[in-house]
Design a protein around this ligand. Structure first.
Ligand SMILES: NC(=O)c1ccc[n+]([C@@H]2O[C@H](COP(=O)([O-])OP(=O)(O)OC[C@H]3O[C@@H](n4cnc5c(N)ncnc54)[C@H](O)[C@@H]3O)[C@@H](O)[C@H]2O)c1
Length: 346
């Protein structure tokens, strides 16, 4: 099986499926198409999108990069024509995750890669999980930070900062956080971005997030939630013991985008997020005799975080029988439940 190429199809050739691969500022590969084409063990043979213009551009691009470039206007057409699929990637809009993911699972590939969030809510997500179990098809969810080398470093630093005192995770953007009318298509930040924030906190700390106390809920004139802070008390972590406090904060009225997590230990601190990876340890203070301060450590960061190629490598490693899935469906469904518990209190 070592030299086998995994036959892969892509459903959804939009931003994350394809177009972000052209963003010059992003670390590349930044889309499924570019990450799949880059992996030597993948044969990206077909794509599908309901937007035929996009599909045509996708076809031209992948053909020029050695792919067969078969294209279909719907998932059902694709699965009728392409058999023995190893990997089906589902990168359509949230509102179509349930339908397209179930369609993909029923085609019985060896693995489905599903974009985040799993679905519009945990009820739909459970339908996906039931279908996956029935058909014995594993599903992984693209919560990309789980594959990011900077976060892997942060995991190592966590061993060095003593006992964890508190974790503050914050996401600031201009997208509304929540109002009921946006549940139908998932176009609200609590779901859209909050899934990443909650997922990486649970991944790093190895804790569940349950029974939050929610404060600082700010609603705009249209009653749309724009700020909140969810506090979790004494979260159990097998790896780190009880974490006394975890705060998940979100803003949906910031004129900037920021994603960051600060982990304060008894002997150090970690700040990790988009464009940040800082590690502090206690050292004798330069300002006061007999005191200790936190000092930023010189660290060598990897040249590339490989957040996207790492995800594809995990998929390949899994099919090779060499890796476990780092971002299994079950974990992503837990994330949705955490978000829903917060939503109830907004
Ligand atoms: N992991 C990440 O960091 C990340 C980043 C961006 C988007 N996403 C997620 O990826 C998904 C897609 O987001 P996007 O920004 O690429 O959206 P997009 O609108 O740019 O692309 C979605 C594409 O899917 C196509 N599509 C929709 N329904 C379809 C169907 N039933 N069959 C075939 N094609 C269909 C659309 O025509 C469109 O081309 C969303 O779930 C989003 O949350 C994840």
């Amino acid at each position: 099986m070592e030299n086998k190429k995994y036959k892969t199809v892509l459903i959804g050739t939009g931003r994350i499926g394809f177009l972000l691969g052209f963003d010059k500022k992003r670390e590349q590969p930044a889309s499924h198409t570019m990450a799949l084409l880059k992996n030597k063990k993948i044969e990206l043979c077909a794509g599908c999108d309901t937007d035929l213009e996009r599909l045509k551009i996708w076809q031209k691009y992948v053909k020029s990069h050695g792919s067969e470039g078969l294209v279909f206007e719907s998932g059902s057409e694709l699965y009728k024509n392409i058999k023995k699929i190893d990997i089906a990637v589902v990168a359509v809009n949230e509102s179509a995750h349930l339908e397209e993911c179930i369609r993909a699972i029923e085609a019985r590939p060896r693995l489905v890669i599903l974009e985040k969030p799993v679905a519009l809510n945990s009820f739909e997500a459970q339908k996906i999980a039931d279908c996956a179990e029935k058909n014995k098809v594993p599903v992984m969810v693209n919560h990309e930070r789980r594959f990011d080398k900077n976060y892997a470093l942060a995991m190592q630093w966590m061993e060095k900062i003593g006992e964890i005192q508190k974790v503050e995770a914050e996401l600031d953007s201009g997208l509304r956080i929540y109002a009921k009318e946006f549940e139908k298509d998932g176009t609200y930040s609590l779901l859209h971005d909050g899934t990443h924030l909650v997922d990486i906190v649970r991944f790093l700390c190895g804790t569940e997030l349950e029974k939050p106390v929610v404060t600082g809920v700010f609603k705009d004139e249209k009653k749309i939630v724009r700020n909140f802070c969810a506090h979790y008390n004494f979260c159990k972590s097998e790896k780190f013991g009880d974490v006394p406090e975890i705060c998940i904060k979100m803003s949906g009225r910031s004129k900037f985008f920021e994603f960051r997590i600060e982990i304060l230990g008894t002997e150090g601190k970690i700040c990790i997020g988009n464009g940040i990876a800082d590690f502090y340890l206690r050292k004798q203070s330069k300002l006061y005799t007999g005191f200790y301060s936190l000092e930023k450590q010189k660290v060598r960061l990897p040249k590339k975080t490989q957040y996207f190629s790492g995800m594809v490598e995990n998929a390949v490693g899994f099919l090779d029988g060499k890796m476990l899935l780092l971002s299994p469906l079950k974990e992503a469904i837990e994330d949705l439940k955490v978000l829903e518990e917060i939503k109830e209190k907004l």
